[in-house]
Design a protein around this ligand. Structure first.
Ligand SMILES: [Zn+2]
Ligand SMILES: [Zn+2]
Length: 369
C-alpha cells in the first residue's frame, strides 16, 4: 500500500516508527510542538488520518486561556479534537473510505457496534469509554493523541469517519465533529417538535453562533442571541439573529419554545434561559459546570419545561450536519475568525480570535480556503 507523504509525493510502504510533530498544551497557557513516533495501524478496523483542517473548540479556547480546570487531567497533553483529515492508510477490514478521502472526524472514539452506540450514545461506547469518555485531544480516557498532529490513528474507522460531500470544503466542515454537531443536536430535534419556533441562544462562544446559524437555516421564526462579546453579537446579527448583551436581556419580555445555554457555565445565563422558556418548551445546555447550580424548579415544574444538560454524541448527528452543510444553508465562513498555516499553530492560536482554523494542503494539492 502506498500513501502520500507530507510533501504530497507518493511514498513506498509505510515504515513503522517514523517521527511526527504533535501539538501539546503545556498547562500554562502555551502550546508547543513535540516530536513523537507516528501512530501505526494496530487493528484491521483502524485508519490513519492526516489532519488538514483543525480548530479549537470552545472548551479548548477556555483551557488554553487558563479559564477552565480539567479535573483529573494532567498537562501537558496533546491537544485538538475538532477537525477534518485526509485518509492515509486503512486496515484491511475498513470499508467505505479509502486513502485520499477527506473525512470529518468525531471528537470521541466509538465502535459503532455496541448497544450504546446503537442507541445513539456513542460517547459512552462500551468498547472505548469503559473508564471515561474516550476522545482525541483531551486525555479523559485512552491515549488517542490530538488532531493538531501529522497523523492520528482512528479506531473503528468505517463507523467513525464520514467522507465530506464534494461541494463542502475542509474549512467549512472543520467543526462537524464537535461544536457544529453540538449546536445541531441542541436545536434541530426541538425545531422538529416546534416548527417555526422562537429560539433563545445564551452564548459564550462558537457553539452559540453555530446554533443561531442552524436555527435560522432550519426554520426558526426568531433567533435571539445573547452574548457579552460584541464581535460575536455582530456576527450573530449577520446570521439573522436579534442580539442583546446579557445585561440587556429581560427573561420576562418574551417566551421561547427553545432556549439554549451555551454560555460557558454561567449560572445566571442558565437561569435566565429557563425563565424565558415557554410552557412545554425545551432548555438545552452544552456548558461545562464545575459547581452545583440552583435551578428555578418551581417555574420549571409549573410550566412543564424540559431541561437537558449534556455532552454531545457527535457521531450520531454528523450525517445530518454534513447534509445541512452541503445544502448551502449554513454560513460557517462568518464564524471562523482566523485561517492559520498548520505549522504556525503553536504561536498563532493563543493570540488568534475565538475560532481559528489551522490548515495545510491535502495530497491532491487543493488549497483549502
Ligand atoms: Zn470540544
Ligand atoms: Zn460502541
Amino acid at each position: 500500500m502506498t500513501h502520500p507523504n507530507q510533501s504530497g509525493a507518493v511514498a513506498g510502504p509505510r515504515r513503522k516508527l517514523r517521527r511526527m510533530r504533535v501539538l501539546y498544551y503545556n498547562g500554562a497557557g502555551g502550546l508547543e510542538w513535540r516530536d513523537e513516533p507516528e501512530p501505526v495501524i494496530r487493528s484491521r478496523t483502524d485508519a490513519l488520518v492526516r489532519p488538514i483542517a483543525v480548530s479549537t473548540c470552545d472548551l479548548d479556547q477556555r483551557v488554553i486561556r487558563g479559564a477552565v480546570p480539567l479535573p483529573g487531567v494532567d498537562a501537558p497533553f496533546a491537544i485538538g479534537h475538532e477537525g477534518v483529515g485526509e485518509v492515509v492508510e486503512v486496515g484491511d477490514a475498513v470499508t467505505g473510505i479509502a486513502p485520499g478521502d477527506l473525512v470529518a472526524i468525531p471528537y470521541h472514539v466509538s465502535c459503532g457496534i455496541c448497544d450504546r452506540c446503537g442507541a445513539d450514545l456513542p460517547l459512552y461506547c462500551r468498547a472505548t469509554a469503559a473508564h471515561g469518555v474516550a476522545a482525541y485531544g483531551i486525555p479523559f480516557g485512552g491515549g488517542y493523541g490530538g488532531l493538531f498532529s501529522d497523523l492520528v490513528r482512528v479506531p473503528f474507522a468505517s463507523y467513525a469517519l464520514l467522507p465530506l460531500p464534494p461541494n463542502v470544503t475542509a474549512i467549512q466542515s472543520v467543526s462537524v465533529g464537535d461544536n457544529l454537531a453540538d449546536a445541531w443536536r441542541s436545536v434541530v430535534p426541538h425545531l422538529r417538535r416546534y416548527p417555526g419556533a422562537d429560539v433563545l441562544v445564551m452564548s459564550g462562544g462558537t457553539i452559540g453562533l453555530y446554533s443561531a446559524d442552524v436555527a435560522r437555516a432550519c426554520g426558526a421564526r426568531v433567533v435571539h442571541y445573547v452574548d457579552p462579546d460584541p464581535d460575536r453579537r455582530r456576527i450573530a446579527a449577520e446570521l439573522g439573529a436579534r442580539t442583546s448583551a446579557p445585561e440587556e436581556f429581560e427573561p420576562s419580555a418574551h417566551e421561547y419554545q427553545i432556549a439554549l445555554n451555551h454560555s460557558s457555565g454561567s449560572g445566571r445565563a442558565l437561569r435566565n434561559a429557563i425563565l424565558a422558556t415557554a410552557p412545554g418548551g425545551y432548555v438545552e445546555s452544552s456548558s461545562f459546570y464545575f459547581n452545583d447550580i440552583e435551578l428555578p424548579l418551581p417555574t420549571m415544574h409549573m410550566k412543564g419545561i424540559h431541561f437537558s444538560s449534556a455532552l454531545s454524541n457527535a457521531r450520531s448527528h454528523m450525517p445530518e450536519v454534513l447534509n445541512l452543510l452541503s445544502s448551502g444553508r449554513l454560513h460557517p465562513e462568518l464564524i471562523i475568525t482566523d485561517v492559520i498555516p498548520f505549522d504556525s499553530a503553536d504561536q498563532a492560536i493563543p493570540t488568534a480570535g475565538y475560532k481559528p482554523v489551522c490548515v495545510r494542503r491535502s495530497s491532491s494539492g487543493i488549497e483549502e480556503t
